[in-house]
Design a binder for this molecule. Structure first.
Ligand code: MF3
Ligand code: CO
Length: 290
């Protein structure tokens, strides 16, 4: 890390002198690092201006998912969901982040029943009575990224599947309560995991959440099978997703070899996921996208 003079302008862009701004903050982080913890680098911590820009992006992201919520229905193809997301994002001046991301062919991910995540919309896949579907929407606006996903229950969903959907939402909310400055990502991860396990479910290990805002996927990688007091220190200005994938049966998953994207549960039992974006603040957290 570059050494800044105490009277130099602070690295955060506030215009204040370093000694009156982030000097003590940096010292506290250095101390925690010396105790053996993983700590965020400066590029992970967003400036007030960046946070403002990311919030604007989130507004579009939320509006697009609200639009999906109003229009999603039985008999619709997942391609039609893709079309809804594409048209609403464009109308609001945004760009869909998934399209062409590492070769991803569509605008949104639509993951039904035993599809854990990264389901590719298709005009051959029709939403049926009793399906549970995750719609994962990611948006770019003025170069700022936002990312959130919701579950939708189509028609008459079994009690068993509805419970999975509800419990995963609770997992996210219980994890969120652990998001406070000077806590650790593992505090959140353990809370998510315990709630899932307590309800007889398993949490996917290989795929996690991520920092987000200036890029689609930034450090840190966020696990939901982590332990209290472990993983990265949370400090004000960090933005990341809480997006556990929770399975009714085995935690084991595999990737479709043909399309290279779709992740399925190994036992064909259902999986559910909700994704929110959270900012760590001076006194707790703020949800930016839900
Ligand atoms: N939206 C996913 C996430 O929550 C990432 C999807 S990558 C894509 O991180 F290419 F499939 F869009
Ligand atoms: Co995400």
């Amino acid at each position: 890390m570059v050494k800044i003079g105490r009277n130099d302008p602070c690295w955060c862009g506030s215009g204040k002198k370093y000694k009156k701004c982030h000097e003590q903050f940096d010292e506290k982080i250095s101390y925690i690092k010396s105790q053996g913890h993983i700590v965020p680098t400066r590029d992970i911590i967003k400036t007030p201006e960046q946070i403002q820009g990311i919030k604007e992006s989130c507004k579009i992201n939320i509006a697009v998912l609200d639009y999906v919520a109003q229009n999603i229905r039985e008999g619709m193809t997942t391609q039609e969901i893709d079309d809804l997301v594409a048209s609403k994002t464009a109308e609001l001046g945004g760009i869909p982040a998934p399209l062409n991301y590492q070769g991803y062919p569509k605008t949104v991910c639509t993951s039904i029943n035993d599809v854990v995540c990264h389901g590719i919309p298709s005009d051959k896949v029709i939403l049926k009575d009793g399906d549970i579907v995750n719609v994962d929407c990611s948006t770019i606006y003025n170069d700022y990224f936002s990312d959130s996903s919701r579950m939708f229950c189509i028609g008459n969903v079994s009690e068993e599947k509805r419970r999975l959907v509800d419990i995963v939402k609770e997992c996210v909310e219980i994890g969120l309560e652990k998001v406070v400055p000077w806590g650790f990502l593992g505090d959140m991860g353990q809370a998510v995991n315990e709630h899932a396990m307590k309800n007889g479910y398993s949490v996917v290990r290989e795929i996690g959440g991520h920092g987000v805002g200036l890029e689609f996927h930034e450090d840190p990688w966020v696990s939901y099978v982590s332990k209290q007091g472990e993983e990265m220190l949370m400090v004000p200005g960090m933005i990341f997703t809480i997006e556990p994938m929770v399975n009714m049966g085995t935690e084991k998953v595999y990737c479709d070899k043909k399309d290279g994207w779709t992740i399925y549960t190994a036992d064909k039992k259902p999986s559910a996921q909700w994704e929110i974006m959270v900012l760590v603040t001076e006194d707790g957290h703020e949800v930016l996208a839900y």
